[in-house]
Design a protein around this ligand. Structure first.
Ligand code: PCA
Length: 326
């Protein structure tokens, strides 16, 4: 009897002790789609830690990297429906819902960090409003590295891209394939290493960091540093989950989000050069695009800009206009 009572009593005391703090604690899941050491994930982890510290453990955010909880294209819907309280998403994945989500992937509209920041300033309100209408509250936006071309062969002109098996990650990158006569295959970053290993694709555009994350040098030989656009990831929260927090906790989340946005832009810019250096260090031929390739891509950029403005209508044109004046 004694043997039985003792552990039971100890167990009861233990669970009573655990119940109190647990009742006052909120736990959020934050699905994300990129690897643990990718700058976006590093920044999300720091954000989660900042929130936990600022709230004295009252709000605990668990970041789920590498598409481990939801696949990249599913994260936004998961947050919208409350299956996850928060999430991080490459916003251009959702350009089909609204052209505003694709403004940062129109080639050559903003291809440096200062211009990408201005484009974000010009488009933030419209993006925020669209998300709010979907029950999602925007927390912060962080850019990727500028996008370049990976290949296993020389690409001297856009004509050299004809017939390539082209990995796309959103509508815009698939459309580029159409325009150059390549065959688009949509593959998210989490599945890119396997697609490369099995030869499903032999060319694509992305950042130095996604190339690095995919150990791209194991299959690709060339990188053309075209700096064609700078896409962004947005981190957001289900509005009802945010509204359920008390005011001091809400303030802590917003403050940590502002810090994360600033840290994220800084980290992205600092690491962009480092990543391209890693491609070089792994024996890839890293080079600027030839004038002919550049001119060809610029022409594609013009077509895609015109397409985008047509889709986005007057509100889209107004954003482009205010961005041009910045
Ligand atoms: N990496 C992600 C999106 C943009 C980027 O640089 C990808 O390739 O899927």
């Amino acid at each position: 009897m004694r043997h039985w009572i003792k552990p039971f009593a100890a167990g009861a005391a233990l669970s009573a002790a655990l119940v109190l703090p647990a009742a006052a604690q909120t736990k959020w899941n934050l699905p994300a789609a990129y690897p643990l050491d990718n700058p976006h994930t590093v920044n999300l982890m720091a954000f989660a830690k900042d929130v936990q510290t600022a709230t004295g453990d009252k709000l605990q955010i668990t970041v789920h990297p590498a598409a481990s909880l939801f696949k990249a294209p599913e994260i936004k819907r998961a947050v919208q429906t409350g299956q996850a309280q928060a999430g991080e998403v490459l916003i251009s994945l959702h350009e089909n819902e609204d052209p505003i989500f694709g403004i940062d992937v129109v080639p050559f509209v903003a291809n440096s960090y200062p211009s990408a920041k201005k484009l974000w300033q010009a488009s933030k309100e419209a993006v925020t409003r669209k998300l709010a209408a979907q029950g999602i509250m925007l927390l912060f936006a962080v850019p990727w590295g500028p996008q370049g071309i990976y290949a296993k062969q020389d690409i001297n002109t856009v004509a050299d891209m004809k017939g390539l098996k082209w990995r796309a990650y959103n509508v815009g990158t698939a459309r580029i394939a159409d325009l150059v006569g390549a065959q688009p295959v949509t593959i998210q970053a989490a599945e890119l290493p396997q697609a490369l290993a099995t030869g499903v694709v032999n060319a694509f555009m992305t950042s130095g960091s996604t190339g690095y994350d995919s150990k791209v040098w194991e299959t690709m030989t060339h990188y053309y540093d075209t700096q064609a656009w700078i896409p962004k990831n947005l981190t957001f929260v289900n509005k009802a989950a945010f509204d359920a927090l008390d005011k001091p906790t809400q303030d802590a989340v917003l403050k940590a989000a502002a810090v994360a946005e600033e840290r994220g832009w800084k980290l992205a810019e600092e690491k962009a050069v480092w990543y391209v250096d890693q491609l070089r260090a792994n024996k890839m031929k890293v080079q600027p695009p030839s004038p002919e390739l550049k001119a060809g891509l610029q022409k594609i950029g013009e077509t895609l800009t015109a397409d985008w403005i047509k889709k986005a209508g007057a509100p889209g044109q107004a954003i482009i206009d205010s961005y041009s004046k910045m």
